[in-house]
Structures are given as structure tokens and as C-alpha cells.
Design a protein around this ligand. Structure first.
Ligand SMILES: [Zn+2]
Ligand SMILES: [Zn+2]
Length: 349
């Protein structure tokens, strides 16, 4: 069967691989669609410190069960929990397996889903009758939803989100779904419009507006109750603690490539809660699936391009050359399969 394997930085190849080895008790999945995000782009550019080569990419997954169980029979549509947890480390013992010290994410520390078939444990799939592109959007949205859960967002909060890329959009959707006022900040006008479609109530264009002035005028001079940083630049890491309200919360999802110098007195003077957020929990997957099942999420607005497996190396090169050109790329594996009535059953809306 076919698979897309990253041999080294910039070298993604469509190769033939053996059929997966049956795992007792596991489901055999036919992979239908896989989303690509900034993590895959970083792996492709040689900027993901966690990835090793060669690696089959793919962790944002829509699939159909080929060999099922009584609970999840053949024919069920699913998305996949791409993380593992060891059950032994401090995070696992605290009931926070999303931050497992020994986590292995599909497509990063172990081979992923950009292949035709894959065995997955029943406990790692989430059945839902949504479209394949919605199923492939679940995982990237959970990362933002988890950050919103870490930030303990309530309807009384004013939340500012720095960055309206794939991760930021999930945080915006999560904040909006909790009924909080949601300020989206980006330098890209198109991304801000998408943020609005996803649920942002206020927009700040950091390319043309003074972010600090706008945040104060939107919050009666106090600053936001919570700032979620989803960019990963030293400036925005610092800005989050500078602009957040006294006794506010800051949640970091990304990480800056270089060390960040802080005015540490702000941590104390404002008595801030500064939190990291990594991956997502099962409950975040369930929240995102219910949100998407309501059918209001602007799925098409967040997908920048849809490609076949054959077209994927080329589009990743274009993305590497122009990182701002894409937010979410969907690889439609159905188009690379020998055609059958079943494989073309769902047309892309
Ligand atoms: Zn991703
Ligand atoms: Zn663990």
C-alpha cells in the first residue's frame, strides 16, 4: 500500500510499504482524509525537534472502520486519538495523560496515518457520522479547546487570542462556545475574517492597529482576563503577561524557538496564573465533536487546500516557501485509491 514518508528535511516521498501487521483486539482503519498542520510543516522543514526520520506523517485523521468490534463495527466513521500515554509518569499519575512524558504522537515519534490502512486500539477512536473533512478537523481543534479548558474560561471572561492559525482558531471556537467575549489578534486580514466566522467577537489587526491600545479600550482599561498565546514568538510571549489584567491568566500553547526575557515583577505584581497547554484530553475530543456535530462551524473557511497523496510533497514545499499561504491542508486519500463505488460515496461539499 502507499504511504507518504519524510526521509529527511524537505524530502517527502510517496512510497510502497507493507500492509500493517494485525494487532489483536485492534480495529483496522481505512484512512480517508488527513489534515496537515504547522507540526507537519515544521517536521518537513527540519524544525520539529521531536520528529525522527524516516517518518510517515499524519496525525489529524478521518477513517472508516474496515475490521471492527461489537462496539465499533465495520463501516463506522471515526477520528483518532493520535497520542499515547505510559500510565507511569507524573502526568499520567495525575490524570493528565495529554502531557505524558513518554507520549508518542502519530506522525511525529511513531509512523502516522498518511497511508492507506492502519490498526488502532478501540479506545483510541471516536465514532461520529460527520463528514470526513470534519472528522479530520477534530484533533487540531482539540488543542485550542484544551488551552481554553486550562484557562478555565467562563461566560464572564474577556479572552484575547494571539494568533489565528490552526491552533488559534480552535482556541477561538472553544472560547466562543463557552460564551466568553473573544478578541482575535493577527497580522493577516484573511485569518482575522476566518476568526470572526469561527466565533471571535472583536478583531485586532496587529499589522495596522496598536494591540495594547485596542485591548485596553475593549476591556475598560483592565486588559483581558485571559490571554492565550498561539503564535510562539518572544514578543507575543512577553506581550501576554504585559497586556493581561491583574490576577488574570495566561495560557501558552506554542513555544518560542529562542529564550524569552521577561519583566518578572509582572508575574508577582499581577499575581498571574501562567499555564502551559499540551495536546488534548479525551474530554476535549468529545467537546470538539459535539461542537462540530451542531453544524455551525465554518469548515470550508478553515481549509486552505485539498490535495491528493501524489500532490502532497509539492504543496508542502510551497507551504515551506510561503508559511503564511496556508492554514490547513487536507490530503484526500480516497483520490489515490483504485476507484470503487464505495470510495467515491461522499463527495466533498
Ligand atoms: Zn496537527
Ligand atoms: Zn505517562
Amino acid at each position: 500500500m502507499k504511504a507518504l514518508s519524510l526521509f529527511k528535511e524537505g524530502d517527502l516521498r510517496l512510497i510502497d510499504v507493507p500492509e500493517p501487521i494485525p494487532v489483536p483486539g485492534a480495529l483496522l482503519l481505512q484512512i480517508e482524509m488527513v489534515g496537515l498542520c504547522g507540526t507537519d510543516l515544521n517536521s518537513f522543514r527540519g524544525r520539529n525537534p521531536l520528529v525522527t526520520y524516516p517518518r510517515i506523517l499524519g496525525h489529524e485523521i478521518a477513517a472508516t472502520v474496515l475490521e471492527g468490534t461489537a462496539k465499533v463495527p465495520a463501516g463506522t466513521r471515526v477520528t483518532v486519538h493520535p497520542y499515547t500515554h505510559c500510565g507511569q509518569c507524573a502526568s499520567c499519575r495525575r490524570g493528565r495523560p495529554n502531557a505524558c512524558k513518554n507520549n508518542q504522537t502519530l506522525g511525529v515519534q511513531r509512523d502516522g496515518a498518511l497511508t492507506e490502512r492502519l490498526y488502532m486500539p478501540e479506545a483510541s477512536v471516536y465514532p461520529s457520522e460527520m463528514s470526513f473533512q470534519e472528522l479530520a478537523l477534530v484533533e487540531p481543534l482539540t488543542v485550542g479547546f484544551h488551552a481554553v479548558a486550562r484557562g478555565r474560561v467562563t461566560p464572564d471572561d474577556v479572552v484575547a487570542i494571539f494568533g489565528c492559525g490552526g491552533i488559534g482558531l480552535g482556541a477561538i471556537a472553544g472560547t466562543a462556545s463557552r460564551g466568553a467575549r473573544t478578541i482575535a489578534i493577527d497580522v493577516d486580514d484573511a485569518k482575522l475574517r476566518t476568526a470572526q466566522a469561527v466565533g471571535a467577537t472583536d478583531l485586532i489587526d496587529a499589522a495596522t492597529e496598536n494591540v495594547s491600545d485596542r485591548l485596553r479600550s475593549l476591556t475598560g482599561g483592565h486588559g483581558p482576563d485571559l490571554i492565550i498565546e498561539a503564535i510562539g514568538l518572544p514578543e507575543t510571549f512577553r506581550m501576554a503577561v504585559e497586556e493581561v489584567a491583574f490576577t488574570g491568566r495566561v495560557v501558552y500553547i506554542g513555544y518560542a524557538k529562542e529564550p524569552v526575557a521577561y519583566e518578572t515583577k509582572l508575574f508577582v505584581q499581577k499575581e498571574l496564573d501562567i499555564l502551559g497547554s499540551r495536546n488534548a484530553l479525551r474530554e476535549d475530543f468529545i467537546s470538539v465533536i459535539s461542537m462540530l456535530e451542531e453544524g455551525h462551524f465554518p469548515v470550508d473557511a478553515v481549509i486552505s487546500a485539498k490535495v491528493t497523496m501524489e500532490e502532497t510533497p509539492g504543496i508542502l514545499s510551497s507551504w515551506a516557501n510561503t508559511p503564511s499561504a496556508f492554514t490547513k491542508i487536507m490530503v484526500d486519500l480516497r483520490k489515490s485509491r483504485p476507484s470503487s463505488a464505495e470510495s467515491t460515496q461522499e463527495s466533498i461539499p
